[in-house]
Write a protein that binds this ligand. Structure first.
Ligand SMILES: *Cc1c(COP(=O)(O)O)cnc(C)c1O
Length: 385
């Protein structure tokens, strides 16, 4: 990072100024190609916009700096970013993932990569000793989420990275829920960090984007090759919007987190709530490990209503908090993992890992916390059977 503090870096990092005009924001370069001054004579290295676009490059430099990586890459979605990272592997290779991995990550391994002989398997990344026994001859990488969606289970990233590296595995961390403001996977041993930038990084529920950060020159070359060869690049306007979103990352997250802490305490004290999953709660399973590796518990949480509540009635009764997929926007969003985000995971596996039908996932926005609590309160009361 060029600055000591990430709250400054999010605003001034990467390429934050247009050298040509002095414009304080990097322009949106709406061009598909770049004039060459002679054979092999490219101005500033650009030739075709799938390979490189200045607006996208400003974003890519920014995320690399924020995460302390060697290079960053921007993709058309979080899943396109994950697709590129998984495309590093070959037929016969196996990828282990955290148990509550994002549904789409499970699906792309289970239903797409499996066709090419690359298989995924869920492992107990929250238990390093058990995880080590789950590594096979074929295992080439581990993909960690911490906190993992939707039960907010915590993995000791450094401990898993140490075990994984001892077996020659590549360590990939999906840091979507924390962002580099709250957690720096590279400092904890990650080789590759992936993001759905659709969530907190963009922060306004106005675009779909993905990012990859790599930590070696070799990975930089290979991901650059894959990004250009597969072609799922982030367009210039979306790159610009994402840069704008990242500028307010620290102020937004400070509010998201303080709202989340208050809401979690309120849910814990609510007799209609059976269990609250939030890594910022002192008695939550991963509290100590999370505190060691992240700034705080983040803003995502899940809770289970007691059986005397009608789950459909609960969602229908909400007036402010919106029932929607996704998370990390300025507006509070809520969802039903069993039928929405995790519906692509077969029911038997889902129930085994604890994603019950009474489970609700909440992404508190940055509204006044009293309004969010009042809305949850009236919906919980209205859904009593
Ligand atoms: C949303 C999400 C993804 C997928 O990202 P898209 O931008 O929707 O493609 C991957 N990982 C996590 C943890 C997510 O929340």
């Amino acid at each position: 990072m060029a600055y000591d503090n990430i709250s400054t870096e999010v605003i001034h990092g990467g390429i934050s100024l247009d050298e040509y005009t002095g414009s304080v924001n990097v322009p949106v370069y709406l061009t598909s190609t770049f004039k060459q001054d002679g054979l092999g004579k490219r101005r500033r290295g650009y030739e075709y916009a799938r390979t490189g676009n200045p607006t996208r490059e400003a974003l890519e430099k920014l995320i690399a700096e924020l995460d302390g990586g060697v290079a960053g890459f921007a993709f058309a979605s979080g899943l396109a970013a994950i697709d590129a990272a998984l495309s590093l592997f070959h037929e016969g290779d196996e990828i282990l993932t955290s148990e509550n991995v994002y549904g789409g990550t499970f699906r792309i391994l289970d239903q797409v990569f499996s066709h090419f002989g690359i298989t995924g398997r869920m492992a107990h990344t929250e238990d390093p000793a058990k995880f080590e026994t789950e590594i096979s001859e074929k295992t080439k990488a581990v993909l960690i989420e911490s906190p993992a969606n939707p039960l907010m289970s915590i993995t000791d990233i450094r401990a898993i990275a140490d075990v994984a590296h001892a077996h020659g595995l590549t360590v990939i961390v999906d840091n979507t829920f924390m962002t580099p403001y709250l957690q720096k996977p590279v400092e904890l041993g990650a080789d590759i960090v992936v993001y759905s930038a659709t969530k907190y990084l963009a922060g306004h529920s106005d675009l779909v984007a993905g990012l990859v950060v790599v930590t070696t020159e070799e990975l930089k070359e290979r991901i650059a090759f894959l990004q250009n060869s597969i072609g799922a690049v982030l367009p210039p306007f979306d790159s610009w919007l994402l840069i704008r979103g990242i500028k307010t990352l620290s102020v937004r997250l400070d509010r998201h987190v303080s709202n989340a802490e208050k809401i979690a305490d309120w849910l814990v004290a609510n007799p209609g709530v059976k269990k609250v999953y939030y890594p910022g709660l002192k008695d939550s399973a991963g509290y100590e490990i999370n505190r060691k590796q992240a700034k705080n518990g983040g803003a995502m949480m899940s809770f289970e209503l007691t059986p005397d509540h009608d789950i459909e009635k609960f969602f229908e009764s909400l007036k402010l908090v919106m029932l929607a997929e996704s998370l990390g926007g300025v507006e509070s969003l809520i969802c039903h993992p069993a039928s929405m985000t995790h519906a692509s995971i077969p029911k038997d596996i889902r129930e085994k890992v604890g994603i019950t039908d009474q489970l609700i996932r909440l992404s508190p926005g940055i509204e006044d916390v009293n309004d969010i609590i009042a809305d949850l309160d009236q919906a919980i009361q209205a859904s009593r059977i």
